[in-house]
Ligand binder design. Sequence first.
Ligand SMILES: Cc1ncc(COP(=O)(O)O)c(C=O)c1O
Length: 382
Amino acid sequence: MSFKDLPIMQDKKKGVLLFYPYVSKKSGLNVKKKLAGRWLGQGPMVDKFENEFRKKFAKNCSVIATGSGTDSLHLAYILAGLKKGDEVITTIFTCTATNIPMLYMGLKIKFADIEIETMNISVQSVKKLITKKTKAIVCVHYGGLPCDMDELRSIAKKNNIILIEDAAHALGAKYKGKTIGGLSDFSTFSFQAIKHFTTGDGGILTIKNKKLEDKAKRIRWFGIDRKKKQQGIWKNDVHEVGYKYQMTDIAATMGCDSLREFNQIIKHRKKIYKTYLNELSKNKKVKCIHDYDKKKSHGAWLFTISINNKDFVQRKLRDHNIETNQVHFRNDRYSIFKKYVKGKKFPNMDYLENRYLVLPLHHKVTVKDAKYISELVNKYAK
Ligand SMILES: Cc1ncc(COP(=O)(O)O)c(C=O)c1O
């Protein structure tokens, strides 16, 4: 087997897994109660989850719960008014979910390179890609580390461009003391299995312009005004194409339970994050993905390192039953994006491609585990 082909580690194996879903212990009983009731699909728990999320992360925004982070991104792109042929600048390094909805809409994707220190979208690269046809910039806070928001906002403002934050990794992250979720025109979150907490699958879209809330809710539900329908008004025209992008009450029940535990969730994740940072930043052969910018408070979803002998270290860690991986891959490696990258160069992504490695970081990882993993990385990094 080549170093690159390490299968996913099995749960029963002793060791440290890369990810583990976070589900509140309360959800067993609460979901059971929900299953015995009337509202399984989108009902009162979805409203509750949206309200609680708003209070915690996006006070001045409209908050729309969806079926996934990808649904939220697609909704954001529609609400941003993006149309076929519009140019959108996005990062080369992210989950495909950030960029695939652009293909649904026939948008012209302009991929930007990343910064070596953060793996976030490079502001310099964004600046070079701006044209008269640019309608939006999409940034991803990789691993939970906020992007250079002041700089991106200033580019967006100067060029009258919409800024969309894919904050799937960044729940609880802050920029200049403000929670990610309420800073830009649109921000999106994900609650799929391995995020800070999970609702099975689920997402949130936050919107600065509250006037878009009704439209967002319609497009989330086939284009139908669901409120009117529930009030008994059946003569309800559908004048825009909508989707089935709602969150269910089952998912929202799980979401509400975990949201109440979020302070403990993030506290633990930050403790593990800091342990890695302290142990690994002493070693010059290991670069921790971080720019140590005081404006940014990390959401501690992923801990990523950059090392010259990534495959060797990954293999050695696996020999000690520690699972690591790369998680996301540069999007230009996928055939569906080939059309948008022909002849384009991404030197920072090239540099990092075979160097970055994600270490385990979740509620089951202990400080002792993180110290042991760091010890091994320090021993084998060359
Ligand atoms: C950066 C990023 N954006 C979007 C998504 C999509 O979220 P979902 O899986 O909830 O659709 C993910 C992960 O799943 C992600 O990592």
